[in-house]
Design a protein around this ligand. Structure first.
Ligand SMILES: *Cc1c(COP(=O)(O)O)cnc(C)c1O
Length: 379
């Protein structure tokens, strides 16, 4: 056995069912354009998440962009967005020449702080939308966040790119806001190699997303356009991969939870390590298992990542908060911890995303755990 094989953070896991649907697309020559796999994948996603309606798109980022268009976000509008996230959550705000305002995390779930959100509303009472992220698969405090947004009559886009299959109060993340989005990028909990989905309970919004994503043709025989469109639709081949993957989502959820639980138990006796938080009101999909290191420890995230990389094991830092990014430095930010280091920055400087690939064997997990434990035992 080659024990130097790479251990991954989160790589695609295929099962064979995907190929069946892809083969069907080839056999019927539904390679392009849209076709039965796209329609079925949308129906199956809507049925799984109970979201009402779904539009299959080329990427999660495209879904966020269309979500903003559907809510009428335009040049100069303010959009509140979680700071601790991947840049794809907020780049589409800039595509529309709107203005992001970054909201800090709270420590209980690492997601949007209702306290910081309230503060942002005091200064900017009329944002056009709020984008809430469910980071690493842990559901945000949706009850508090939705109450605040409803009180201000502002629609919510849920960036559930990382949290497909996570629930809060028994309901799937992505289905609380006016609009929800999922990603099927290569490292997400299920993948189409690249792709996304926009979901909503409002059929008209999803229908409009389908129109905008296919170049916004008016219903006429000739090519007539009354608005700007996009080439954002998912292909019928990739939708086939998605259908095969969705059949295995529950299995992926079980395996991801086992990884999280394994780390949690393995590090329980090390006072300097905490695992990323869950939300007691829901079930996380445990997309990535992350650890934070107690302030003042001799072990740093860099030491952990270097020690793992030396053994050909992939890990990565926590997302660097958007309000600390050079490209977004001009935009406003509301901290959960006024006068102190923000919660998102604190998580960023103390955190590491651990290998969370569902193909990791027990021996792989043991190896990762040993390497991490050794660092702390030696310190
Ligand atoms: C992956 C991701 C996206 C973007 O999805 P793509 O399908 O890669 O475009 C958006 N938001 C978050 C939080 C993500 O992790």
């Amino acid at each position: 056995m080659n024990d130097r094989k790479r251990i991954y953070l989160s790589s695609p896991t295929m099962h064979g069912d995907e190929q069946q649907f892809v083969a069907e697309a080839f056999n019927t020559n539904w390679v392009a354009p849209l076709g039965p796999n796209v329609n079925h994948f949308e129906e199956e996603m809507a049925a799984y998440t109970k979201c009402g309606y779904a539009a299959a798109l080329s990427a999660g980022t495209a879904a966020i962009h269309l979500g903003l268009k559907l809510l009428g976000v335009e040049q100069g509008d303010i959009v509140f967005v979680s700071s601790l996230t991947f840049s794809a959550s907020c780049n589409p705000i800039i595509y529309e020449k709107a203005e992001p305002v970054f909201i800090d995390s709270e420590p209980d779930t690492w997601n949007m702080s209702p306290y910081a959100l309230e503060k942002a509303f005091e200064k900017y009472p009329t944002p056009k939308a709020v984008i809430v992220v469910h980071l690493y698969g842990t559901p945000a405090k949706m009850d508090e966040i939705l109450q605040i947004c409803q009180r201000h009559h502002v629609p919510v886009i849920e960036d559930a790119a990382e949290s497909l299959g996570s629930t809060y109060d028994g309901k799937y993340t992505g289905t609380f806001g006016q609009i929800g989005i999922y990603s099927f990028n290569g490292n997400k909990i299920i993948t189409t190699s690249g792709g996304g989905m926009l979901v909503s309970n409002e059929e008209a919004l999803v229908q409009e997303a389908r129109v905008l994503s296919t170049q916004a043709r008016d219903p006429a025989r000739h090519y007539q356009h009354s608005k700007i469109g996009y080439n954002y639709r998912m292909s019928n081949v990739l939708a086939g991969i998605g259908r095969g993957q969705l059949m295995h989502l529950d299995e992926h959820l079980r395996l991801k939870k086992a990884i999280y639980t394994r780390y949690k138990e393995a590090f329980a006796d090390i006072d300097e390590i905490a695992m990323n938080p869950l939300n007691p009101r829901g079930e996380a999909n445990n997309w990535l298992s992350c650890m934070t290191i107690k302030e003042g420890s001799c072990v740093t995230p860099d030491l952990v990542m270097d020690a793992l990389e030396a053994e050909n094991i992939e890990s990565r830092p926590i997302w660097k908060p958007m309000h600390l990014q050079p490209i977004f430095s001009e935009y406003d930010f509301f901290s959960h911890n006024e006068g102190k280091v923000s919660v998102s920055e604190d998580i960023f400087v103390r955190g590491v995303c651990l290998p969370s690939d569902i193909k990791n064997t027990e021996a792989d997990m043991e190896k990762v755990i040993c390497i991490v434990r050794r660092l702390f035992e030696g310190s």
